[in-house]
Structures are given as C-alpha cells and as structure tokens.
Design a protein around this ligand. Structure first.
Ligand code: THU
Length: 134
C-alpha cells in the first residue's frame, strides 16, 4: 500500500489538476493524478464538449497524457471531485488495461485527508482485457 504521505501528495496533485477542468456544461470539476513506479506524477482533468458524449473524464485525460509521454508502470491514481466520486465504468476499463496494478485513491477536495482506497482490479472484476482474433 502506498504510504499515507504519498497518498496525500498524490491527492494534492489531483486537486491541482482539477483546477484545469474544462467543464462548462456539467460544472462538475474532476481532477486525476497518476503515479508511476519511478515517482513521476501526471495530472489530468475532465474536458467537456457541446456534443456531450465526447466528454473525456479526468482519469482518461491523465492516462492518455501519460501514455503518450512514454510513461507507464502506474502504481496509483488519485481522483478528486465533490462528493469523492469513484471512476466511471469507461475509465475503469482503460485503467485495467493500462494501470492494472494501481491503487485508486478517491477524495473530496474539501477534505483532502479523508482518502478512500480501492484497487483497479477490485473496481472491475471479471474484466475484458485481451482477446484472440479468429
Ligand atoms: N467525470 C470524470 O471526469 N470522471 C469520472 O470518473 C466521472 C465523471 C466527469 C465527466 C463529466 O465532465 C463530469 O464529470 C460529469 O459527469
């Protein structure tokens, strides 16, 4: 388990990333921060579209940023939003594919020391991961 001081540091990074949320439609700001085994932290925030379905969650923005910067081997991800929401189904799928060993820390930005812990595998049991083509 990630030591509590590191959990708090990651939550703080997610709170900082959340400030860059582009959420004019829902006005629901979400921040995420990924931690690699090397100690790198990559943040992301949700970005919304007038065509609502094109919206991308904070977790996926962080993941896509990290992956396309060559970062991998994620050991943890923090997600912060009002009410301490846990990742949506689409993000769980991407997390299991690209961050299967990660611990997931969820917090409300108003209570950053009140951190709930999950694992990616625990959030998405019996996941679809790889397949064999015909
Ligand atoms: N959202 C996230 O960024 N992450 C989640 O795990 C759940 C939802 C965003 C998408 C949308 O911009 C807003 O929250 C409301 O659904």
């Amino acid at each position: 388990m990630l030591p509590p001081p590191d959990q708090r540091r990651l939550v703080k990074a997610a709170i900082a990333a959340r400030k860059r949320s582009v959420s004019p439609y829902s006005k629901f700001q979400v921040g995420a921060a990924l931690l690699t085994r090397k100690g790198e932290i990559i943040g992301g925030a949700n970005v919304e579209s007038a065509s609502y379905g094109l919206t991308c969650c904070a977790e996926r923005v962080a993941l896509f940023k990290a992956l396309t910067e060559g970062k991998k081997d994620f050991i943890a991800v923090a997600v912060v939003a009002n009410g301490a929401v846990s990742p949506c189904g689409a993000c769980r799928q991407l997390l299991i594919e690209y961050a299967p060993k990660a611990e997931v820390f969820v917090a409300d930005p108003a209570k950053p020391k009140d951190i709930r812990r999950y694992t990616v595998t625990g959030l998405l049991p019996s996941a679809f991961s790889d397949f064999q083509a015909d």
